[in-house]
Design a protein around this ligand. Structure first.
Ligand SMILES: [Mg+2]
Length: 281
């Protein structure tokens, strides 16, 4: 699919999803276990792992990596991580495993075959404005600025008193940057990211290429930013799973990262063990 065709598809899907409106009542208490025909898209923070005080304070254990690798194998490679983190950061977290991934809310993407895709080279323009937010973070204890390349994230989880000030300053930076950038609000975080790319566009781009194309997508996420992914996956007939409480357009709901872990374990348990499969072929 050409870039223009992908964009046209995404535009139509988003318009249809907006017309459909919000479903605040996702089914509680579980989500269906996908089959081997699934294409699996997973958010990381708040979904695969619990939030930590700082984004660099989280840890991915080997058992989780093994589960993901087993599911990836059982779905013909159709598993991708969809995150606000940079892909470099994702790789460091999951090392030595490397997964197909969309980083910085779709601003960068690595296909299943390893090909990298980058959004327009906007990093230098963003860097020129980073100093404003860096000074703000230095002046208020608990504020944390993450400089990810083509996006910036100002975390206020540990500085709730500075939330309003942080939002005002981030909005000002986004205005100064113009139409190429937009504000993306998440849980205790305000991000400045390139316009036109989000978790929905990232999933659509994966679904247009092997080994995802033709499969039935399932997307699991916990945050506002994941709603764009839910919209897209709902429109193309897949399954959407919200982690935690709050209104959502997802169809299903799991309580927290521990429930997601059990759900992944059930998924992996239904898949044939890699050794058994190799012996049978
Ligand atoms: Mg998340």
């Amino acid at each position: 699919m050409t870039e223009a065709a992908i964009q046209a598809t995404i535009g139509a899907m988003k318009a249809a999803a907006q017309a459909e409106g919000t479903n605040a009542g996702a089914a509680a208490g579980g989500a269906p276990i996908p089959g081997a025909h699934a294409a699996v898209f997973l958010d990381i923070d708040g979904t695969l792992i619990h939030f930590a005080d700082r984004p660099d304070a989280v840890h991915i254990d080997a058992a989780l990596c093994e589960l993901l690798e087993r599911i990836r194998e059982s779905t013909g490679g159709a598993l991708a991580l969809i995150s606000g983190r940079s892909i470099d950061d994702i790789d460091a977290l999951f090392s030595p495993a490397r997964f197909a991934a969309a980083g910085q809310h779709g601003s960068e993407r690595r296909s299943a075959d390893g090909t990298m895709h980058f959004h327009a080279p906007l990093a230098p323009r963003l860097a020129a404005h980073a100093s404003t937010l860096r000074r703000l973070a230095q002046a208020h204890e608990g504020l944390l600025l993450e400089e990810k390349g083509t996006s910036l994230a100002l975390h206020y989880r540990n500085a709730p008193h500075a939330a309003q000030l942080a939002e005002r300053e981030v909005r000002r930076v986004v205005e100064l940057l113009g139409d190429d950038f937009e504000l993306q609000a998440g849980k205790f975080v305000l991000e400045v990211k390139p316009s036109g790319k989000d978790k929905g566009t990232a999933i659509a781009e994966f679904m247009a290429e092997p080994p995802f194309a033709g499969r039935s997508p399932v997307f699991v996420g916990d945050d506002l930013t994941d709603e764009l992914g839910f919209d897209l996956v709902n429109r193309i007939g897949g399954e959407t799973v919200k982690v935690g409480t709050g209104p959502t357009r997802a169809r299903w709901r799991l309580g927290n990262a521990d429930d997601v872990r059990r759900w992944l374990a059930d998924f992996a348990a239904r898949a044939p063990a890699p050794d058994a499969r190799r012996q049978s072929t």
